[in-house]
Ligand binder design. Sequence first.
Ligand code: SF4
Length: 357
Amino acid sequence: MRIRDHLTRLGEPAFRFRQVMSAWQTSSAETFADVHALPAWLRAELSEQFGSRLHPISEVLVQRDEHVEKVLFATASGARVETVVSHYRAGWDSMCVSSQAGCGLDCTFCATGAVGLVRNLTADEIVAQVMHPRWTQAGRPRPASIAFMGMGEPLANPHIFDALTLLTARVYAGMSTRRVTVSTVGFAPNLDRLVTEHPQVNVTLSVHSPFPGERKGIIPLEERFPLAQSLEILDRHTATRRRKAYLAYLLIAGVNDTDDHLAALAELVQRQTRPDLFHVSVIRYNKAAGATPEYRAPSPTGVDVFVNGLVARGIHATRRRQLGSGIDAACGQLHADYLSAHAAGDRRRIPLSAAAG
Ligand code: SF4
């Protein structure tokens, strides 16, 4: 975006920007100096303005299994961010992108929260995860859907709004707005802005407990922006726009999986003006580095019982399918592994060679 504005200021024709975009996505050029379609003076000018590197992020590590590919990227400033692509059998891909390096919200189940906030990603760094040549050079189409469920709380980063504009602009990523999901633990002021400025974007709100006192212990942001505030925004949004809203419920054994939780969660949905437009995704807790050590995964049957209990109460609910169990698919986990491997001075734990292809 900044490059296009700069080219416009220089009075360059529109095709110059298309040449930069083409190099960005499809060539092996790593620096502006490598983009030979541009005149030499412009290559030098862009290097001076934006630094020599063409891409705001570069690949550091890759882990993959049959269904999931996790890539750890480094920004020019050295911050690490994680992007996960899930390949579904039906032949489509879904990409999970990061909005922040680390996160400052300290949710007690989360590997990224344990790192703390390094910084907000810029809009270019967010979009570059989707448009990086590692995907286009492999001949892959754009993912069928994108979810802001990677590292960071997207609504705590004001650059998310520019990133959404770029992701859905035809000249950039050209994604359909309806194929983009923003997942939040309830950063209410920017949730309000999101549903106002991008009403077609899907929203997933993490609930994780229907009881405010308990939720505070799982998602400390509850103290600042209570769940009720975010639900009120989604209630208005669903009622006026007739858009679906998604509620995520991370099921942790012995913590939030009792009959009381089930009944209170169902009641919370039924209280909404259009409960039929709310969908609850129940997610089985997976052990995460830095999470509260007492947290345990419920049994698969326990998850089914909880989902069925919601359905029996008239709530739209499903268990969220989780791919990549062989490689710790929870976002932030590759980054956590990377940090611990480096802290231990053991680079072999995560083979850099795996980054190839
Ligand atoms: S769950 Fe999301 S908001 Fe909470 S600490 Fe992790 S990344 Fe941050």
